[in-house]
Design a protein. Structure first.
Length: 299
C-alpha cells in the first residue's frame, strides 16, 4: 500500500458544546480555534448569540457553534436563548456536553443529557476545567459523568492549561462526516465585525458588576467609521433601569471609562488598528421581557 491509500479522508462538519451556564463552553471554543471569538465571563449566561468559529486542519474542518447555556428561563430573552440552543442541536454532527470538573453533577446536567439522547448527533461528554481539581477528584468526576448517559466518549480537558485540547479535537473530528471543505481556508468566523465588537464591549462591561445587572446589559454598535489611522466606533450600552445606568457609569463616569479602556484594547487586537471608542449608556426599560425591544437589540 502507498501512503496515499493510508491517508484519512477529508472530514468537515459542525460541532457544539452544550451545558449549563458557566460550564466553560465559550472558553473551550476559543481555546480550540486559538483565538478569542466568543466572549467569556464568570457570570452565568454570558453567551447570547450563536457564534461559529472554524478550526482548519490539513485533513479536516471543524466548525464550532458556540451557544448560550441551557437554563430554566425567567424572561422572554431566556426563552429565546434556549430556542437557539435547541435549534443548534438539530444542525450539528457532534455535541460535547460540558460538565465542570470542580462542581457536582446537578439537575441541570441530568436534564440536558436526557434531552440529548433524542438527537441524531454523536454525543460526547467533556469534563471541563480539569486544572481546578486533583487526579482523584477528576477520576471520580469522570465516573460520575459516564453514568449520566451513554456517551460515545468521555474526554477531560482544560481550556486554561491547554491540557487535552488537541485530543478533544481529534475525537470530535472522528465523528464528522466525509465532506468537502465548508469554509474558505482563512475564515475564522463569519460573525460580522460589528457583532464581535459589541460583544467585546459587553464583556468589558460585565467585569465587576453583580446580581441582576449582568443580565440587564446589552450592547449595540451603531457605527464604525474607518478613518486614516483610526477606527471610530460609536456604541450604545443598554440597561433596564435608571438605577443601573448610574452603576454602569460610576462616580464621575469612572466605571464607564474603565470599561471603555478595557474594551478598546480588545477591539484593537481584533481589528489590528487603533480605535476611538465612544460609549453611551441608555435605558431600555425591561428589555429582556419586551418583544419589541428584544427585536431592536437583535434577539
Ligand atoms: N480554571 C479554569 N477556568 C475556566 C476554564 N474554562 C472556563 N473557565 C472559566 O469559567 C468561567 C465561565 O467560562 P465561559 O467559557 O464563559 O462559560 P460558558 O459555558 O460559555 O458560559 P455561558 O456562556 O454563560 O453559558 C470563566 O470565568 C472562565 O474563565 C478552564 O479550563 N479552567
Ligand atoms: Mg458562553
Amino acid at each position: 500500500m502507498t501512503s496515499e491509500n493510508l491517508r484519512q479522508p477529508y472530514r468537515a462538519g459542525f460541532g457544539c458544546f452544550v451545558g449549563r451556564p458557566n460550564a466553560g463552553k465559550s472558553t473551550l471554543t476559543n481555546a480550540i480555534v486559538g483565538q478569542k471569538i466568543a466572549i467569556t465571563s464568570s457570570k452565568p449566561q454570558t453567551t447570547r448569540h450563536v457564534i461559529r468559529a472554524v478550526l482548519h486542519r490539513p485533513d479536516s474542518q471543524l466548525v464550532l457553534v458556540d451557544t448560550p447555556g441551557l437554563h430554566r428561563p425567567r424572561t422572554l430573552l431566556g426563552e429565546r436563548l434556549n430556542d437557539l440552543v435547541r435549534q443548534t442541536w438539530s444542525e450539528v454532527d457532534v455535541i460535547g456536553l460540558c460538565v465542570p470538573a470542580d462542581e457536582p453533577i446537578g439537575r441541570g446536567d441530568r436534564f440536558i443529557s436526557g434531552e440529548l439522547a433524542e438527537l441524531n448527533a454523536t454525543v460526547l461528554a467533556v469534563v471541563t476545567k480539569t486544572d481546578l481539581v486533583d487526579r482523584e477528584q477528576l477520576a471520580k468526576q469522570l465516573v460520575a459523568v459516564s453514568e449520566l448517559a451513554d456517551f460515545a466518549e468521555v474526554v477531560p480537558v482544560s481550556a486554561v492549561s491547554g491540557h487535552q485540547v488537541d485530543t478533544l479535537v481529534d475525537v470530535m473530528t472522528r465523528y464528522l462526516p466525509e465532506s468537502p471543505q465548508l469554509y474558505p481556508d482563512d475564515m475564522l468566523t463569519e460573525e460580522p465585525e460589528q457583532v464581535l465588537v459589541a460583544e467585546l464591549i459587553r464583556e468589558a462591561a460585565l467585569e465587576g458588576v453583580r446580581d441582576e445587572l449582568p443580565h440587564s446589559i446589552a450592547v449595540v454598535v451603531e457605527e464604525m467609521i474607518p478613518e486614516e489611522r483610526v477606527m471610530k466606533i460609536y456604541a450604545d450600552v443598554y440597561v433596564e433601569r435608571p438605577s443601573q445606568k448610574a452603576i454602569v457609569i460610576g462616580h464621575r463616569a469612572s466605571r464607564l471609562r474603565d470599561v471603555g479602556i478595557r474594551a478598546r484594547r480588545q477591539i484593537e487586537e481584533l481589528l489590528g488598528t487603533r480605535v476611538y471608542l465612544d460609549l453611551h449608556v441608555r435605558v431600555a426599560k425591561d428589555w429582556q421581557r419586551d418583544p419589541k425591544q428584544l427585536r431592536k437589540l437583535g434577539f
